[in-house]
Design a protein around this ligand. Structure first.
Ligand SMILES: [Fe+2]
Length: 206
């Protein structure tokens, strides 16, 4: 039975993909998106629901679970699955078919104030994503009134350190390995040139 409630507690739901699984072809194949979404992302949501059932975290909002469990070694499984649930929804929205190009004017201005040029910002994102050793994420964030690029390991998310995420790129191997094997740089360049959703980043800036 598919239901969003059990014993009166609201379950976390797998957010719908904002586009068809083949919409990012050929940069990211339908095969990669399909497995990434229906196995990896769904797996985190399912695990989270199992892990929080009957605990103090049942019924709490996802962001609250993330901030409440961050840095607590006895809550690491809940944190990992909650953060990965949030990170993946944020990642799907950070990409769009026919993305890339010029950011909206207000975001572009902010990028230029913080990085000099849009190209410099993209280069910093690519470098952060390339130099993330092992699994993790590269992020464009708002830190105070400036934009910054940061990278995080595994499930970590800048929400827990007071920064506001604007967009992210998944650099876990499951995000690109079927299409690019070990060529992470090729995946990153293609994503930044053709898929990155500057409008989503702009919306998060508001
Ligand atoms: Fe992922």
């Amino acid at each position: 039975m598919s239901n969003d409630k059990t014993e009166g507690v609201t379950l976390h739901l797998l957010s719908p993909l904002p586009y068809a699984d083949n919409a990012l072809n050929p940069v990211i194949s339908a095969n990669t998106i399909g497995i990434h979404y229906s196995k990896h992302h769904k797996g985190y949501v399912d695990n989270l629901n199992k892990l929080v059932a009957g605990t103090e975290f049942a019924g709490l909002k996802l962001e609250k679970i993330i901030t409440e469990t961050a840095g607590k070694s006895d809550k690491i499984a809940i944190f990992n699955n909650a953060a990965q649930t949030w990170n993946h929804t944020f990642y799907w929205n950070s990409l769009k078919p026919n993305g890339g190009g010029e950011p909206p004017a207000a975001l572009k201005q902010k990028i230029e104030a913080s990085f000099g040029t849009v190209d410099a910002c993209k280069k910093e994102l690519a470098t952060a994503a390339m130099t993330q050793f092992g699994s993790g994420w590269a992020w464009l964030v708002l830190d105070g009134d400036r934009l910054k690029v940061v990278k995080t390991s595994n499930a970590d998310v800048p929400l827990t350190t007071g920064m506001k995420p604007l967009l992210t790129i998944d650099v876990w191997e499951h995000a690109y390995y079927l299409d690019y094997q070990n060529r992470r740089a090729d995946y990153l360049n293609a994503v930044l040139e053709k898929l990155i959703n500057w409008s989503f980043a702009m919306d998060n800036l508001k």
